[in-house]
Ligand binder design. Structure first.
Ligand SMILES: Nc1ncnc2c1ncn2[C@@H]1O[C@H](COP(=O)(O)OP(=O)(O)OP(=O)(O)O)[C@@H](O)[C@H]1O
Ligand SMILES: [Mg+2]
Length: 422
């Protein structure tokens, strides 16, 4: 059959190539490479050839070169022009151009048995048996990224949740109340469970409230945005700053917003201080707006839940008010275990757990770090691998002042019964 030829892509072809995709002529319905990838490659002038028949664009082979490797993003061919050798002709032409652009390996991903695979076979491409294509879509779109950047937010690395040691009670509670309903909204809805939208974490310093918040974002794969009241105050005032940030946050599909030391913003409103009244009111309004949409979580943390404005803690604003307490003996043991294993220590966990009463996870982390450093130095000085022993830890524990005094522990227990909503 006469009347067709293969030539280089010219920018005027872009629309016709996109139309081919829409007509289902693409040989990659698996969607590994999306149309946006194809358009980006075309706009970036990566090697591409097209087939023209009767003056009409009926096929395209789109490549993308990355160093010495090239991807074939698309082999599209209009259905009425199949089995005429056009696919192979385009592929041969594309291959030459990819080579000229520096590629020594060329790869394509196709669903099994797809039309384009015949052309690839004819051109000497061989399938890699036993390969599985893995994919993970980030919860953040490009547009989200821009908003996130301007908010100083991050997408936390995966695995933070798994790294949380000990604290089994808090971890279990946070997992059941927060993580599971947010991770499985459909199943939650089936049970009439409304996923939480805002919660307060309270507890003494260093118990891991901030760490938990970030770990929840990591577990959900959501971006994490921390709002710093002290910095917002430097803008056009705290109330304006808060409202502006919450407006920006509203543009994100999913997000975990964290406000640490929330008592700075939401302490009891005093009649004599109209500024504080304005700020608390603004935050309350922002929370109401924040609760308008699903898929988002606000976590506020405080060391002193008793100073919070009562209106702030009311039902309907916060779904839960969760205590994050100092670790009990068992939790301390689990925290020690995680550090002992890492340091190659030969030490008695139970003894350390007992000796570190009043220690927070932060205290234990600090003590473990001190011992690890001194044993490392001992190894280097002696030339023999030293291993930390129970005595090394006990010595450091004795030199550390526990963060949580008996009074604080009692106060926390009292606050848990008065303010806790679990
Ligand atoms: N469960 C845990 N496992 C391991 N390390 C932890 C854990 N919880 C906290 N840490 C460590 O303890 C330190 C203090 O934790 P974090 O800052 O989260 O406490 P916090 O409750 O937010 O304290 P603050 O009230 O002072 O803000 C961090 O360095 C963190 O890495
Ligand atoms: Mg904190």
């Amino acid at each position: 059959m006469a009347g067709w030829h293969v030539r280089d892509f010219s920018p005027d072809d872009l629309e016709a190539i996109v139309r081919l995709d829409a007509e289902g002529a693409s040989a990659d319905p698996s969607g590994v490479f999306r149309l946006s990838d194809v358009v980006a490659a075309l706009q970036g002038r990566h090697p591409t050839v097209v087939a023209v028949a009767d003056g009409r664009l009926v096929g395209a082979a789109v490549g993308r070169v990355e160093g010495d490797r090239a991807w074939i993003l698309r082999i599209s061919l209009h259905p009425s022009w199949r089995n005429l050798g056009m696919g192979s002709a385009m592929l041969a032409a594309l291959e030459r151009r990819l080579q000229a652009a520096g590629a020594t390996t060329m790869a394509a991903v196709l669903p099994e048995g797809e039309t384009g695979s015949a052309a690839l076979h004819h051109s000497g491409f061989r399938p890699h048996p036993g390969l599985t294509y893995f994919e993970k879509a980030e919860a953040v779109t490009a547009q989200d990224s821009a908003v996130l950047l301007s908010l100083g937010g991050v997408v936390p690395p995966t695995g933070l949740w798994e790294k949380l040691a000990g604290m089994a009670e808090e971890k279990g509670l946070i997992e059941r109340r927060l993580v599971l309903p947010l991770a499985h909204p459909e199943m939650a809805a089936e049970h009439g469970v409304e996923p939480p939208q805002a919660v307060v974490l309270f507890g003494p310093p260093g118990t891991g409230k901030s760490t938990f918040a970030k770990a929840v974002a990591s577990r959900l794969g959501w971006p994490f945005v921390e709002l710093f009241p002290s910095r917002l105050a430097l803008e056009d005032g705290l109330a304006t700053g808060l409202s502006r940030r919450f407006d920006q946050v509203a543009q994100l599909e999913h997000v975990l917003v964290f406000i640490d030391e929330v008592e700075e913003v939401a302490s009891v409103r005093s009649e004599s201080d109209p500024v504080s009244v304005g700020v608390v009111n603004e935050l309350l309004k922002s929370i109401v707006r924040f609760r308008d949409r699903d898929g988002r979580l606000l976590i506020c943390a405080t060391n002193n839940v008793a100073t919070l404005d009562p209106a702030f803690l009311r039902h309907g604003r916060f779904d839960y008010v969760l205590p994050v307490g100092p670790p009990d003996s068992e939790a301390r043991g689990a925290l020690w275990d995680s550090y002992l294993a890492r340091a190659g220590a030969e030490a008695d966990t139970a003894v350390l757990a007992e000796a570190s009463e009043g220690f927070t996870p932060a205290d234990i982390a600090q003590a473990a770090r001190t011992v690890a450093q001194s044993v490392f130095e001992r190894t280097l000085a002696s030339g023999h691998r030293a291993h930390p022993a129970t005595g090394d830890y006990l010595q450091t524990i004795r030199r550390t002042r526990p963060t949580v005094t008996t009074e604080m522990a009692l106060e926390f227990a009292d606050q848990t019964s008065r303010y806790g909503r679990t």
